[in-house]
Design a binder for this molecule. Structure first.
Ligand SMILES: C=C(O[C@@H]1C=C(C(=O)O)C=C[C@H]1O)C(=O)O
Length: 102
């Protein structure tokens, strides 16, 4: 039987398998990070601390940019990626604080 689909070379199939594994790892890592930031959000609400901590974020950005440069990853991308995640975390923390209020 013939197929119209182009033959996928083994290197491409293997590379895509690796990409799929890495994507799965990223999802698990992100789930763990959000589980942890959820606990931080509860703690901060208990302590009456604000949802965001810009000084901490600035230190994280510096650290991540350095790590990215050392790893051969675009530091601008690394900063944007962290910013995207932190923005979502702050939304969660604001929601936790709002739920405590009423
Ligand atoms: C997790 C925290 O809350 C916020 C979210 C951060 C993050 O996702 O890394 C960092 C600082 C805060 O703006 C925290 O204060 O540590």
């Amino acid at each position: 039987m013939t197929s119209d689909r182009p033959r996928i070379p083994v290197e491409l199939r293997q590379a895509r398998q690796t990409i799929d594994n890495i994507d799965a790892a990223l999802v698990h890592i992100l789930a763990e990070r959000f589980r942890c930031t959820q606990a931080v959000g509860e703690l901060k609400a208990d302590l009456g601390l604000p949802a965001s901590d810009p000084a901490r974020e600035a230190r994280q950005v510096e650290r991540l940019r350095t790590l990215a440069e050392e790893a051969g990853l675009d530091p601008v991308f690394a900063e944007k990626f962290l910013g995207f995640i932190v923005e979502e975390v702050i939304r969660h923390h604001e929601r936790i604080a709002a739920q405590r209020e009423g």
